[in-house]
Design a protein around this ligand. Structure first.
Ligand SMILES: C[S@@+](CC[C@H](N)C(=O)[O-])C[C@H]1O[C@@H](n2cnc3c(N)ncnc32)[C@H](O)[C@@H]1O
Length: 195
């Protein structure tokens, strides 16, 4: 449970990281609860003991909703920024935090004694449109490598059309959903891993 001052403290932490690491942080504020609910709604069925991989948790807005909605699953959050990673370990009980890059998901799973067959879904808050060079494409390949056919990859974006620049071979696009009650308004993209 968050104390009343915690959301404000987390927002200040997020703003501080925007100033220091703008391209990696990639947003003007943490996501709001309506977007967290929409992302979590898109996950679908998760069996007992399966893993939900969260990428780019930041201050943990999606993490808290995932842990709350899927208490029978294990939520593993992969965060590259050590300020966020160390905060999350204490702030979100029940969350497994990996301080590392989302382009190396297979390796992170192995280090935790897990394998791709354990992964029910990937939920991503990564700012793929602002990350440099070929990193976004490497991250998409990393997601594809840990998802079995039919399993879901959920990603939010502020600019759906800009996603045309990415090669999403290996994923099938599902209908998207707009979330107006977010700053800025966001779009939840949903994919399933192809056969
Ligand atoms: C747009 S913020 C989203 C934070 C949070 N999910 C939210 O919606 O409020 C992007 C997050 O992705 C993290 N990130 C960026 N590149 C990453 C990478 N290569 N691997 C893991 N995390 C990354 C950033 O540090 C930041 O926490």
């Amino acid at each position: 449970m968050l104390s009343r001052s915690e959301p404000m403290r987390e927002t200040m932490m997020f703003l501080g990281q925007i100033v220091r690491r703008w391209r990696v942080t990639g947003a003007v504020a943490p996501s709001g609860d309506p977007l967290a609910r929409a992302m979590t709604d898109a996950v679908g069925e998760v069996a007992r003991g399966q893993v939900i991989l969260e990428l780019g948790p930041g201050t943990g807005v999606f993490s808290r909703e995932l842990v709350r909605r899927f208490p029978h699953a294990r939520v593993v959050a992969v965060e590259v920024n050590d300020v966020f990673a160390s905060h999350l370990s204490a702030a979100v009980p029940g969350l497994t935090v990996v301080n590392g890059c989302a382009s190396r998901l297979d390796e992170h799973l192995t280090n935790l004694g897990l394998s791709p067959s354990d992964v029910a879904a990937v939920v991503s808050g990564l700012p793929l449109l602002s990350l440099p060079g070929d990193l976004p494409q490497k991250i998409l390949a990393s997601v594809a490598a840990v998802l079995r056919p039919g399993r879901r990859y959920i990603q939010f974006t502020y600019f759906r059309r800009a996603w045309r620049r990415f090669d999403t071979v290996g994923f099938r696009w599902l209908p998207h959903r707009r979330v107006w009650r977010n700053i800025p308004p966001a779009i939840v993209l949903s994919f399933t891993r192809d056969e």
